[in-house]
Design a protein. Structure first.
Ligand SMILES: [Zn+2]
Length: 322
């Protein structure tokens, strides 16, 4: 009887902290060694505490938000939009840096190992592909697995409809990790899907009737955009921004630009415009920024949606769209 009262008081006193309670009950079993009834009561309470809170594996919501690690900006954007306040998103790429070149610090490697979900695009950041394979294969979310793929092109987010599909798949994954948040994840993914559908409609309308459909670009990042809106991408460099084009490739690109009647050669914001300028000068065209949205500029105030609209505002006049 006394034992039951004491244990009850201790459960109330320490109810907020499982570790403290386990410690108190263990202490009690030792102190009350001579009283069989109290020893038994304390032992039973300890078993209950361990069963309920101690060893069941960590559920993300017990420790606050689900920790989500994203390889680079567009994945961060989707994770934040779908996750809302139930997730805490870390972007591994630094603002203003070219995310293809990502090297993971030991601290970042630890964050991959500890994450509830790691969102990545296989083939985009080799060091993250490797870290996922070693540290987090079961907790990785492969964003490309949800959508129809184009060969050798990871820049899937530049098609808003595919990004909406990824958002839906991510909501399913987050709901599996954090079932209590499932309704919110699905609602936010649907809301993002609506905004992406609006964006898609704006693109389709603005690019419906154009004098030119070739986009001459310094970085072959726009395959999915071209695929969605029936444009033809003419890259003047390889897939990786740091790879300089060979003289032969440059000559071929210049010829293609001339043939297509391009009046604008596009370059991207995070790498040097030098290659685009060379081609533009030799065909008498101008240059303009078409942002592949691999990352935001440091201090940028926009987001994925606003940069996509900036790109559309550049594309329409450059292609002579009605
Ligand atoms: Zn790229």
């Amino acid at each position: 009887m006394i034992g039951r009262l004491v244990v009850g008081a201790m459960i109330r006193a320490f109810a907020v902290d499982t570790d403290q309670m386990i410690y108190a009950l263990l202490t009690m079993i030792v102190i009350c060694g001579e009283s069989r009834a109290m020893r038994k009561a304390a032992g039973a309470a300890l078993a209950l505490v361990l069963a309920v809170g101690g060893c069941g594996g960590s559920r993300p919501t017990d420790d606050g938000p689900v920790r989500v690690v994203a390889g680079f900006y567009p994945l961060q954007f989707v994770a934040e939009q779908v996750g809302g306040d139930r997730v805490q998103v870390t972007n591994l790429a630094q603002p203003g840096a070219e995310p293809h070149d990502l090297e993971l610090s030991p601290h970042q490697l630890a964050s991959v190992a500890d994450a509830g979900v790691v969102i990545y695009l296989p083939g985009f950041q080799a060091s993250l592909d490797e870290a996922v394979a070693q540290e987090a294969p079961a907790r990785a979310f492969d964003a490309l697995s949800a959508v129809p793929r184009l060969p050798n092109d990871p820049h899937v987010w530049l098609d808003p409809t595919r990004l909406a599909t990824i958002a839906t798949a991510l909501a399913d994954r987050l709901a599996a990790v954090d079932p209590a948040g499932a309704a919110g994840y699905h609602a936010r993914a649907a809301e993002l899907g609506d905004r992406l559908a609006d964006l898609d409609q704006e693109y389709a309308t603005a690019l419906r009737s154009c004098e030119r459909r070739d986009i001459v670009v310094s970085h072959a990042a726009f395959g999915y955009l071209a695929d969605r809106y029936e444009l033809r991408q003419v890259p003047v460099a390889g897939l990786s921004p740091e790879v300089e084009p060979t003289p032969r490739k440059l000559a071929a690109a210049t010829q293609t630009a001339r043939d297509s009647g391009a009046t604008t050669i596009f370059f991207e914001s995070l790498v040097s415009p030098a290659v685009a300028r060379v081609v533009a000068d030799s065909v008498g065209a101008t240059t303009a920024v078409l942002d592949p949205i691999e990352g935001l500029e440091p201090g940028a105030t926009g987001d994925y949606l606003s940069v996509m609209r900036d790109n559309l505002a550049t594309l329409g006049p450059a292609l002579g769209c009605a």
